[in-house]
Write a protein that binds this ligand. Sequence first.
Ligand code: ADP
Ligand code: MG
Ligand code: ZN
Length: 212
Amino acid sequence: MAQVSRLPEFVSRNPGSIEVICGPMFSGKTEELIRRLRRAQIARQRVFCFKPSRDTRYADADIVSHSAQHLSSIPVSSAVEIESFLNNQSLLPDVLGIDEVQFFDDRIVGIADAMAGQGVRVIVAGLDLDYRAEPFGPMPRLLAISESVTKVLAVCIACGAPASRSQRVAHDCRVDAQSKDRVLVGATDAYEARCRRCFIDGVDTPSLPNVN
Ligand code: ADP
Ligand code: MG
Ligand code: ZN
């Protein structure tokens, strides 16, 4: 009977990797992260997913996309919390997902690198640029050390072109009754996906109706 030949240990062992999913807001980063993690779960791999605890949109312990897909995650307040959580586990995960990775400090780079070095498939999703279109926190270094980069684009809210920027828009712009001046009340900020042409550096204040 023919014998099934076994691969040598150094070939069969997963070498570990870092995959980065990046792009502006609403570009589908969280959807893509959820898609990859779900496939790993279907393959019965051990999957952990973390997110910064400040991201409490929609659900506390889930990562949730703007299209309401969700996956359970572990909210953490810092990069080292991820490290200590993993150190307390008897087994490392096969796949480690991190959403909104741009909010962590630079220590996340060393942690992702160390995990990948131990054979873990690390998948991180985050904004590559902040609202000024400047590289966001640890993203440049994560992009540089990764094995795979997927850049996703949103749809520009102003013109419909592919959008690579996150525009900060000031809402609650009202007219002061006495002076008839335009004033910013509360200045709650919101974000819109915009293309290069429609992006305005800084905060875009929506034009107000004529008050005269
Ligand atoms: P991200 O994590 O990049 O912010 P999500 O994965 O949470 O994005 O959400 C992507 C989904 O957001 C899209 O599939 C679509 O349903 C919705 N969406 C809302 N606004 C936009 C937009 N301007 N461009 C593209 N998708 C948008
Ligand atoms: Mg997201
Ligand atoms: Zn545009």
